[in-house]
Design a protein around this ligand. Structure first.
Ligand code: UPG
Ligand code: MN
Length: 700
């Protein structure tokens, strides 16, 4: 069960000079019998440790907050309160979400009775009207529900210096102007001051007053005891503050007062005008018995708008006087020059621009940044505050969509029982024991494979313990590797059929030209074909291998050439067949190969016979290709005179020598050296210098 959030009264203390107010306020609430806890927002860098020590016994929570300075405080000078330059700090109340409800009271407020009913207000924000402008509320007493959305909105406005009085009251009134703020009775925030002329009303309502708020610069403790005691509304209410003070803090001369009590009183008293007791020097350490500075402390801050060091500000009243006389510029700091719309000076909806106005550019923001001197590395905070919610617009919450299956594109995607592809990384596999002998190669790539039996489900080289014990042959390993790396494009015939159908469809429509390498058509469907016997490829970049390329025609197409004498050839351009190559029509490679095989065996046997001297062998030039043995046997029957020259082909053999060097035997043309196959004497034309046999160039 969620813990219920607490309610607290809360005040703000940013300077030691307001300590008497904070102490009196706490006592007044306790005296009124509140059951609620007390909290104080404190700015640690501007408060002395003595002040904090004083607060501890009275406040249940001391909450340190960052001071928020108004970057354009010129409006503060309109009400003569430059000391309130840090009052934006008050907006930190809205981020105290650890509390359910906060009743905020300025340190210059005194409670005349229990105010606990303020916690029962449902409205998120409530405040009482201000005497200066009753349509606006005074920010000295507020009942609010902390909310980060409001906080960030206020913070944004504060950063822009958006406040008609330069402090929190202007800012909050501008923020809540269009929100329905709950109006509290004036009796919760009765603000008597010298200017208050409604004594009859006071007389009529005074018994209902719950809290008095001493607004303005003349705080009771600053004006001193001597200033009150007179007659009138203000003095009556002032007396109420002093009554609490006297009850709890007046230096008692009684012997029973303990040293710590004495000391405690002195810490507060030093900020109370005219309250320096005679025995203060004995009870107080030197540093706190020093007279308080005559200037409001906050004005003495280095960031405070002081232009002339010769003329330090002494009294807030004097400040406004100085501004009026032009001694002090109200916008002397860099932050103050930030742009702020001059709403107060000129209402553009009703009047023309003022003739003596500064040019627009005079208001442009400038920012000077200085390099940080810190040597500390940045360390991110443990957590960041909640982002603002419901500020100016509602950010739509992202609802997690139910994972929808994409529409199937490929036919195999419709199969419900298809294996799930899984991506396997080496790091994902369970750690394996180091193999004792050869360490398995490390695969740094990932493989996509299909779920198989557990036995097969391990990539090669990543052998599990079971594998290591069953040695495999290289072939088996290779087979396993191939299987484990199966590509769906190879193993699922449906893919190929599908893609082919698309291609064919497109080709028919003439949109795409698909280069396919046509090989054995039956082979297309085979998933096990290898490189040398592969199916036609669908990939444009997959060029056919040397084996797959269609061979060149055996005999080139005839080219008509004149004879040596410029005549047309008799044979009407029939070029002689390439030596050793039959005409295309007769070309049966298989039959020819068989024939060659047979004849070469005979030839080889014949050459081995001792009756026939072996013709001289000549080495082929280096790098020449070891051509397969080619021999064209002469016809068995005697050739006729009309026999084509190619029928008298010279036997060419290229037997493999014993040292494996390809050898080339010169053809034997000698009249007496004719071998068995050259039974006929060479014809004349063969010996003629113009013969194509003797002079091959003649044929060209
Ligand atoms: O040096 C300072 C100044 C102010 N405060 C705190 O801030 C409050 C506001 O200052 P205060 O002097 O009380 O201002 P008021 O004279 O009350 O002036 C009016 O204008 C202020 C600025 O808009 C509002 O904060 C007040 O609620 C409103 O009553 C004080 O009560 C303190 O809690 C300090 O602790 N130290
Ligand atoms: Mn106040």
């Amino acid at each position: 069960m969620a813990r219920q959030l607490e309610d607290v009264y809360c005040t703000l203390l940013m300077s030691d000079s307001y300590l008497p107010g904070a102490i009196v306020l706490a006592h007044s609430l306790r005296d009124a019998g509140t059951k609620k806890k007390l909290a104080a927002l404190i700015t640690l860098d501007t408060l002395s440790s003595d002040t904090i020590t004083e607060l501890r016994p009275l406040y249940d929570y001391l909450i340190p907050v960052e001071r928020i300075r108004n970057p354009s405080p010129s409006n503060l000078y309109l009400m003569g309160r430059p000391d309130l330059v840090f009052c934006f700090t008050k907006i930190a109340l809205w981020r105290q979400t650890q509390f359910r409800k906060i009743v905020y009271l300025d340190a210059d407020v005194v409670a005349l009775r229990n105010l606990d009913e303020l916690f029962d207000i449902d409205a998120p924000f409530a405040a009482a009207p201000d005497t200066g402008w009753p349509d606006a509320f005074n920010t000295g007493v507020m009942a609010l529900t902390p909310d980060m959305g409001d906080y960030w909105a206020l913070k944004t406005m504060a950063a822009a210096g958006d406040s008609f009085d330069g402090a929190d009251q202007g800012l909050l009134n501008q923020y809540y102007e269009h929100k329905n703020w709950h109006r509290l009775s004036f009796t919760y925030n009765c603000t008597p001051n010298a200017q208050y002329q409604w004594e009859p009303a006071y007389r009529y309502y005074k018994r209902d007053i719950s809290a008095v708020h001493f607004i303005g610069t003349d705080k009771p403790w600053k004006a001193g005891r001597e200033s009150h005691g007179g007659y009138g509304v203000y003095n009556e209410l002032l007396a109420r503050w002093w009554a609490v003070y006297d009850k709890h803090l007046k230096q008692s001369s009684a012997a029973s007062t303990s040293q710590s009590e004495k000391r405690s009183s002195v810490v507060v008293q030093q900020h109370v005008q005219g309250e320096k007791s005679a025995d203060a020097s004995t009870a107080t350490p030197q540093h706190i018995s020093d007279p308080p500075p005559p200037v409001p402390e906050i004005v003495m801050q280095p960031e405070a708008p002081v232009t002339s060091t010769e003329q330090p500000l002494s009294e807030p009243g004097e400040v406004s006087e100085n501004i009026d006389q032009g001694v002090i510029e109200p916008t002397p700091t860099a932050e103050q020059r930030r742009f702020s719309a001059p709403q107060m000076e000129w209402d553009a909806t009703k009047f023309e621009p003022p003739t003596d106005a500064k040019p627009e550019a005079a208001n442009f923001p400038t920012e000077t940044y200085v390099f940080s001197q810190s040597h500390q590395l940045f360390s991110a905070p443990k957590s960041y505050p909640e982002p603002p919610k419901d500020m100016w617009y509602k950010v739509p919450e992202e609802k997690p969509k139910p994972a929808e299956k994409p529409k199937p594109i490929f036919p195999w995607e419709r199969q419900d029982d298809r294996p799930k592809p899984t991506r396997v990384f080496v790091e994902d596999l369970p750690p394996e024991p180091e193999p004792e002998h050869a360490p398995s190669p490390v695969h740094t790539f990932s493989t996509v494979h299909f779920e198989q039996s557990p036995e097969e489900d391990v990539a090669p080289g990543l052998n599990g313990p079971g594998r290591a014990t069953s040695p495999k042959t290289a072939d088996e390993s290779w087979q396993a590797f191939q299987e484990s790396n199966a590509n769906a494009w190879d193993s699922v015939p449906g893919i190929d059929t599908y893609v082919r159908a698309i291609f064919e469809n497109q080709t028919r429509r003439g949109q795409t030209q698909v280069l396919t390498n046509h090989a054995d058509a039956e082979d297309v469907m085979s998933p096990t074909n290898d490189r040398s016997n592969r199916r036609e490829s669908l990939l444009i970049t997959d060029f056919p291998s040397a084996i797959e390329r269609p061979s060149l025609p055996v005999t080139p197409a005839p080219v008509r050439r004149p004879t040596f004498w410029g005549e047309e050839r008799d044979d009407q351009g029939e070029l002689p067949q390439a030596e050793g190559v039959p005409p295309q029509a007769e070309w049966n490679p298989q039959a020819k190969l068989d024939e060659l095989r047979r004849s070469s065996v005979i030839e080889f046997e014949h050459l081995k016979s001792p009756d026939h001297p072996v013709p001289p062998l000549r080495s082929l030039p280096e790098h020449s290709v070891a051509t397969p043995e080619v021999r064209v046997s002469p016809p068995e029957t005697a050739p006729s005179e009309t026999a084509a020259p190619e029928d008298e082909a010279v036997p060419i053999t290229a037997p493999i020598s014993t040292d494996d060097k390809p050898m080339f035997r010169e053809p034997n043309f000698g009249a007496d050296g004719a071998n068995d196959h050259d039974k006929l004497p060479p014809r004349e034309e063969d010996l003629s210098p113009l013969s194509t046999k003797a002079n091959p160039l003649a044929a060209i």
